[in-house]
Ligand binder design. Structure first.
Ligand SMILES: [Ca+2]
Length: 349
C-alpha cells in the first residue's frame, strides 16, 4: 500500500511538472494546504506529530504550508528548521511568536538540546536551512499571507499548542496583504481547525494548552468562524507512544534522526508518552476512522483553562473519543506513520 501511494505521489508530481503548474491556486490536483501550529520544544509529541506531517507531504496528501511556533525563543525555530530539513522539505515556511506565553520547562527544552548536538568534529549534528532566524516572520502576518493566497475553504490548521497566534489572527485587521480582517479571512479560507486541547469529559480540570493562554483559547474555541474538532487530553492519554519504538534503530531509516534524539533528550529513557498532538494530526488528515466523534457542542472555556461541552445540534465544535480497540488501531497507525522512510532518504540512496 505504501508503495502504491508513493507511486501515485510520483505520478502526480510528474503530471504537475508536465503541465507547468507550479502555484497552488487553480491547480485542481494540488493537495490542500495544512498549517501546523505548535509549541515545539515543550512536550515531545509535537516533534513526532511534525514527522507524521512530513510523511503525508511525501505521500502527496498535503502541502505543509507552514510551521507556526507559539513557544517563543530561537530554539523552537531551529528545531522546526532541522526537522523540515532532515525530512527533505527545507523550504516550508516558519512563523514565530513575539511576546508569547512564558514556558516553565526550559531545563528540559529538547529543542535546545537537539539544536546544540555536535558530531565528532564539533560541527552541528543536524543540518539546517536558515543561517539566522532574525527574519523569521511573525505568525499572524504569515497566516494572513498564506490564507490570502489559498483557495476558499481549503486550508486545514492543526493546533497542538497555545492559541496565542490563532487569537491574534482572528483579531488582525485588513492590511496590504488582504482587505479582509482575520476573522473574515479564516471564515473564507479555512475548512477545519483540528486542535489538541481541553477535556471532553472533565469540565473541572484545566488542560495545559488551554490554561497557558486561557484568554486566547477562550477567544478561539468560542468564536472561531468554522468547524473545530478537538482531541481532548484523555484521548492522547489512552494511546501511549512506546519507548521500544524509539529504541529500535531498525525502525528508523536514517540515523541520527532529530525526532528520535528529541525524544531521548526530553526525559530519561525509557519512557512511553501520550500521543496527544499526533491524534490531532491523524484526525485532520485521515478523519475519524478509529475515533468516535462527540455530538456537535458548544464549548465553554473557563478563565482558568477548563473546557465544558454542551450538546447543541447547531454548534460547530466536536471532540474526539476513543475506545480500547480504536486506541490499539490508532497506535499501530501512528507508529507506522512516524517511522517511515523519507523520500529524501530514498533519493539519496
Ligand atoms: Ca504540543
Amino acid at each position: 500500500m505504501k508503495n502504491n501511494i508513493f507511486a501515485i505521489a510520483l505520478t502526480a508530481l510528474a503530471l504537475s511538472i508536465a503541465t507547468g503548474c507550479s502555484s497552488a491556486e487553480g491547480q485542481a490536483d494540488a493537495p490542500d494546504a495544512v498549517i501546523f501550529e505548535t509549541d515545539l520544544g515543550n512536550d515531545v509529541d509535537d516533534a513526532l506529530a511534525l514527522a507524521m506531517l512530513h510523511n503525508y507531504v511525501d505521500q502527496g496528501k498535503i502541502r505543509l504550508a507552514a510551521v507556526m511556533l507559539n513557544k517563543k525563543g530561537v530554539e523552537p525555530m531551529m528545531l522546526a528548521d532541522i526537522i523540515n530539513t532532515y525530512y527533505g522539505h527545507p523550504d516550508i515556511e516558519i512563523g514565530t511568536v513575539s511576546e508569547g506565553v512564558t514556558c516553565g520547562n526550559e531545563d528540559s527544552n529538547y529543542a535546545k538540546s537537539v539544536a546544540e548536538m555536535t558530531d565528532q568534529n564539533g560541527d552541528a549534528l543536524f543540518p539546517r536551512s536558515h543561517e539566522s532566524y532574525d527574519s523569521i516572520p511573525e505568525a499572524t502576518k504569515l497566516y494572513r499571507k498564506i490564507l490570502a493566497s489559498e483557495p476558499d475553504s481549503s486550508v486545514t490548521i492543526i493546533s497542538v499548542g497555545f492559541s496565542t497566534n490563532l487569537a491574534r489572527l482572528l483579531d488582525s485587521k485588513a492590511d496590504e496583504i488582504s482587505p479582509l480582517g482575520g476573522r473574515e479571512l479564516v471564515a473564507k479560507k479555512v475548512k477545519l481547525l483540528s486542535a489538541m486541547a481541553g477535556s471532553g469529559t472533565d469540565p473541572n480540570t484545566p488542560e495545559y494548552n488551554v490554561y497557558m493562554d486561557a484568554a486566547a483559547a477562550k477567544k478561539v474555541f468560542s468564536s472561531w468562524p468554522g468547524e473545530v474538532v478537538m482531541s481532548p487530553f484523555e484521548v492522547g492519554m489512552a494511546i501511549n507512544y512506546p519507548a521500544t519504538v524509539i529504541e529500535n534503530d531498525s525502525l528508523w531509516p536514517s540515523m541520527p534522526n532529530p525526532v528520535v534524539e528529541a525524544y531521548k533528550c526530553y526525559q530519561p529513557m525509557p519512557y512511553d508518552r501520550p500521543t496527544w498532538d499526533l491524534t490531532s494530526v491523524l484526525y485532520a488528515i485521515e478523519g475519524a476512522e478509529s475515533f468516535e466523534l462527540s455530538q456537535p457542542s458548544v464549548v465553554s472555556v473557563g478563565e482558568n483553562g477548563t473546557t465544558a461541552f454542551t450538546p447543541d445540534s447547531t454548534a460547530t465544535r466536536r471532540y474526539l473519543k476513543v475506545d480500547s480497540i480504536g486506541a490499539a488501531n490508532i497506535l499501530e497507525r501512528l507508529i507506522h506513520l512516524t517511522t517511515f522512510t523519507p523520500r529524501a532518504v530514498l533519493v539519496n540512496k
